[in-house]
Design a binder for this molecule. Sequence first.
Ligand code: FMN
Length: 171
Amino acid sequence: MNILILNGSPRPNGNTAAMAEYFAEEAKKQGHKVSLIQIGNKDIRGCKNCDACRKTLDGSCVQQDDMQEVFPLMRECEMLVIASPIYYYSMTGQMHCAIERIYAFERLPKIKKAALLLSAGGGGFTSAIQTYKDAIIGHMGAKDMGIVKSTGNGARSEAVRKEIQAIFGKF
Ligand SMILES: Cc1cc2nc3c(=O)[nH]c(=O)nc-3n(C[C@H](O)[C@H](O)[C@H](O)COP(=O)(O)O)c2cc1C
């Protein structure tokens, strides 16, 4: 399966990166094709609602920002993994912007499965989980393969790694 992992953290060696990289390693071991992109430190803007994309809905967007490297991966992905720190009780701004920009497809054309990896200082996962459930599972029709949460330094813990491994048991 073609898997795209988006990491919404601006920190390349942070907690979310640890979870996303572990997910990527396990996916590769299972024979999946994996692309992991850290979007949290990229220039990713919100949708302008110019509606230029509505003619084709193939991921063509007039905004020439770093989403231009993400769109081709979104077009081909069969599984989308959203990995994000919790910032003020939600996903990071960059992750929200990237999800908004899926408007250029309306729905990802090949998506079948999805998963959510979240890391927080202490909690506040509710809104991020709701966004994932509404936008990725509900609106796009992907099958939820698992939601893994970590707090504090738990992102590298054996317990979190086991939860990530369990996702592959459901394929
Ligand atoms: C701007 C900002 C807002 C944050 N808001 C929350 C929050 O609402 N709840 C929480 O538990 N942690 C919050 N945190 C802590 C991060 O979620 C936590 O440190 C996370 O593991 C960072 O992930 P990273 O290492 O991948 O960047 C916040 C951190 C920042 C920088």
